[in-house]
Design a binder for this molecule. Structure first.
Ligand code: CTP
Ligand code: MG
Length: 234
């Protein structure tokens, strides 16, 4: 039987957030941001283990007490220069330690998406566990899309038909994901699915919701805080 594992790349610096402290450690409802994703993933009944991929130079992680997650949480300090490198290094390290099998499912989830819910996670796993390829949470594009020239003048309005915004978790089997990331090292891959697509596969889009947005800019922090606060109070 294949198992399910989560892998959280958390080796980024959060340049667009503009804070010296990497954004995954910024305080969100009295916890470092990354705590929220770890909590949701560790709570899930299907997920056998959660790997967190840190930058080798990270010493912030060790300032917090993570013991509530016991052995389900595994820290791998092998993050790379890009997100794709961090994911691939994490996958390789987990295999070297005999923690995963080639056929296991890996759910890659950004540390910067603290508002993932158990409902979305269960839906993703249920819809994809019998899929040939795998897939990801995503939401249909709601806004009208404009293409611009270098002077920020509109040259074209793009159709939003069949356009989706990719989120995480992105769920693929260990072998396919590792092979895809190894094959695309010189392509600009900003998510796991695009590496799999480059091999000619068609990942499945599983309808998520806008709450699972990625905290990227300073104003996103307040929004994430409100969402989590509201959930805790209801
Ligand atoms: N990430 C990573 N290793 C990298 C770059 C990014 O593990 N070399 C992780 C981030 O820590 C984050 C996720 O990938 O959890 C999504 O990336 P992003 O939101 O772009 O985070 P940063 O790269 O840290 O932010 P920025 O692009 O603004 O610098
Ligand atoms: Mg980045």
């Amino acid at each position: 039987m294949s198992k399910f594992f989560a892998l959280i790349p958390a080796a980024g610096s959060g340049a667009r957030m503009g804070n010296e402290l990497p954004k995954q450690y910024l305080s969100l409802n009295s916890r470092p941001m990354i705590y929220h994703a770890i909590y949701t993933l560790c709570q899930n009944q299907f997920i056998a283990g959660v790997f967190v991929i840190l930058a080798p130079s990270d010493n912030e992680w060790f300032k917090y007490d993570w013991s509530e997650f016991s052995e389900k949480l595994v820290v791998l300090s092998c993050g790379g220069l890009t997100r794709a490198d961090s994911v691939l290094n994490g996958l390789t390290a987990a295999k070297q330690k005999n923690l995963v099998d080639s056929n296991d499912w890996i759910l890659v989830h950004d540390a910067a998406r603290p508002c993932l819910t158990s409902i979305q996670l269960d839906k993703l796993i249920n819809e994809l566990s019998i899929d040939e390829v795998g897939g990801l949470l995503a939401v249909p594009v709601a806004d009208t899309l404009k293409r611009s020239n270098i002077e920020n003048r509109v040259t074209h309005t793009e159709s939003r038909e069949n356009l989706w915004q990719a989120q995480t978790p992105q769920m693929f089997r260990y072998d396919l994901l590792t092979h895809a990331l190894r094959s695309t090292t010189n392509i600009n891959v900003t998510d796991d699915a695009s590496a799999v697509e480059a091999l000619g596969f068609q990942p499945k889009l599983v309808l998520g919701d806008a709450y699972n947005f990625k905290v990227t800019y300073p104003q996103d922090l307040a929004l994430a805080e409100l969402i989590i606060q509201k959930r805790n109070n209801s």
